[in-house]
Design a protein around this ligand. Sequence first.
Ligand code: 57M
Length: 358
Amino acid sequence: MLYHLLFPLHADYSFFNVFRYITFRTIYAAITALLLCFVIGPWLIRELGSHQIGQVIRRDGPESHLSKEGTPTMGGLLIVLASVIPTLLWANLGNPYIWIAVFVTVGFGAIGFVDDFKKVIRKDPKGLSPRKKLLFQFALAAVAATLIYLDIGIQPNVTIPFFKKMNPSLGAFYIPFIILVIVGASNAVNLTDGLDGLAIGPSIISAGTYMLFAYLAGHIKIASYLQIPYVPGAGELTIFCGAMAGAGIGFLWFNTYPAQVFMGDTGSLSIGAALGVVAVMVKQEIVLALVGGVFVMEALSVIVQVYSYKTTRKRIFRMAPIHHHFELQGWAEPKIIVRFWIISIILALLAISTLKIR
Ligand code: 57M
């Protein structure tokens, strides 16, 4: 909105030319997101607390979590608002990629919100049934995939990291592929969100990495120099990723150990889906598994544990997802969290290196 209001003034005042630049608008989108978190955050946490929107802690988990009972949850509302509002303020609203990113973020946030609402306010411990939750996720992702493939007309080729000339076309399978990336990422972030700051740290790092990928994919000269797919208009997603990173840092202010608020499914489902849809639109889909390697590791630990437990009645980890395993081994919570962040930074650097090592 600010872009549309202020950029046209450059004809009379050259200063407003600065609104043309994606880099400038990204920085201010991130700052706006941070400020929004600092302004709305304390109020939201107070409101959630006063309405007793507090976490119910499962009794079968690590004992150390029992003291977290009653921590306000649904803080994801803050993340969604602080990602979407700055995007609408600073991005070019004539750009379809921006609207798809906003649609997915708000849509998945709404699914998470219904689940949190049922669990925390209606006191229904089951929340939205896993079946319904998945069904809604698939439906929303299918709408996004159709818009991306049929409406915008993105090529159905995927970028294989480390291989310059390998861009296989998935043809008709591109739509299910997009759905899988979005729904998979959403659920992987959700599984990771089990310790203070554990999910938001790698989310910030991933949003920052995709901020770079989006900028490069949308820049015809750099994209051709790096020989990565050039996606006209996708550069505008840099602003969305900047807002997401800012919102994440702002949320971390309150979610860092010991957390004053949890993001709830409202936050985890929307962050994961947003990362998934951005990865697809900037044509760096496969490398998301590396950028979000911590989320993949958490999801795999659950798959391996459930499979092993169902088939042999034996556990591979003391408890899944894997962060619980380290907790039960006696690692202090902040140690697990910060070490997972470090792993996430290393993975993001490796992912960025795939632009060169090809
Ligand atoms: C949600 N949610 C946290 C909070 C957060 C299939 C199965 C492995 C699924 C998995 C599962 O349900 N995972 C998804 C993980 C919960 O946090 C809430 O949920 C939101 C995210 N969706 O925002 O609202 C708890 O996590 C802790 N937490 C923090 N700080 C944070 O910033 O400490 C969250 C955010 C909170 C709080 O304690 O209450 C969760 O863990 O429930 N299920 C499991 O994770 C269960 N694993 C399990 O049963 N494993 C089995 C195998 C065979 C399936 C095994 O290994 O034996 C564990 N869940 C819990 N305790 N709570 C078991 C132990």
